[in-house]
Design a protein around this ligand. Structure first.
Ligand code: NAP
Length: 285
């Protein structure tokens, strides 16, 4: 029977991929979108648009009416988790399955449950009757878009911890694992560590971008405290900036953990960072 799935945070980095993957799997896909969302054009044709705000649980009723599953992401930078329990009660009243985008930080025990973050979402979902799957993702390849301005404007990226080595993941691969969890049996109760196929430092990412766009690029480490100030000035909550920078510092000594979950669950290899850049070289030109 065809499934009807609601995707939250639908116009962000992951959302359009989630919509596309679910459509490919034969689902009817609804996208939860804020009114006046400037990025609505990112959604594939055939997406049912439902306006609603995760900060206002009652605004979700129409979007949830008749759904079988929810691809649940929380917009942590825009909204704290105060309304998450009420949103989850609404989801539980309609759906039977949920795929929750969580974080590698939970997987390695770096996120306390009382933090305003992914561990809290997992803790409340575990108490529901839903068939849940947690997608504990590493950083997205798309995080490198944060380097694009400096690459275009001079070609030297100033950021801390160039040696921090990650196993970043293609947003489409994360979406494909979530799609499997929502449309196939056998994934309920899984806490998947979702990563890319390789270890690559931040500085190495910039080198790969340079190779793909045919320019020599540079990296300049900046001080932890200067980076923190800049992140907070651009809207990062201070606790998130501290968490990210301390994590990067740790990853200069010990590479991020990785997994074969993408290949195991989807049956095709996880895409490398180079493949991701090759899909969008103009983002860095
Ligand atoms: N980036 C990483 O490396 C990483 C790592 C681990 C986990 N994650 C998690 O992955 C998830 C998805 O991240 P992402 O990068 O795809 O997100 P994103 O690009 O920041 O997108 C956030 C989305 O949420 C929407 N939104 C904002 N406020 C909302 C509200 N009140 N109600 C409903 N929608 C709202 C935004 O709409 P507008 O465009 O209209 O504002 C946008 O579509 C997040 O939960 C994040 O914590 C990310």
């Amino acid at each position: 029977m065809p499934e009807t799935i609601l995707v939250t945070c639908a116009t962000g980095n992951v959302g359009p991929h989630a919509v596309a993957e679910l459509q490919k799997a034969g689902a009817t896909v609804r996208a939860l979108v804020l009114e006046d969302d400037p990025n609505i054009g990112r959604l594939p044709e055939g997406t049912e648009i439902h306006y609603g705000d995760l900060g206002d649980p009652d605004s979700l009723d129409a979007a949830l009416d008749g759904v079988d599953g929810v691809f649940w992401m929380w917009p942590f930078f825009a909204l704290d988790v105060t309304t998450a329990p009420a949103v989850l009660r609404k989801i539980e009243a309609h759906a039977s399955r949920i795929a929750v985008v969580s974080s590698v930080g939970v997987h390695i025990g770096l996120e306390p449950v009382d933090n305003n973050c992914h561990a809290y979402l997992e803790s409340i979902v575990e108490k529901t009757s839903l068939d849940w799957t947690f997608l504990r993702t590493t950083g997205f390849h798309a995080n490198a878009l944060g380097f694009a301005g400096q690459i275009r404007d001079g070609g030297v990226v100033h950021f801390p911890y160039g040696a921090a080595t990650r196993t970043s993941v293609h947003e489409g691969d994360l979406a494909a694992v979530g799609t499997a969890a929502l449309t196939q049996d056998g994934h309920a109760g899984q806490k998947y560590l979702v990563s890319g196929p390789e270890e690559l430092s931040q500085e190495g990412q910039v080198r790969v971008i340079g190779e793909v766009i045919g320019r020599e690029l540079g990296w300049q480490d900046i001080e932890h405290d200067d980076a923190r100030r800049a992140m907070v000035d651009t809207g990062w909550p201070p606790s998130y900036a501290d968490g990210a920078l301390d994590y990067f510092a740790m990853l200069t000594k010990e590479p991020e953990v990785g997994s074969t979950v993408v290949a195991d669950v989807t049956g095709r290899p996880a895409r490398t960072f180079r493949q991701w850049v090759q899909e969008r070289p103009d983002a860095f030109r």
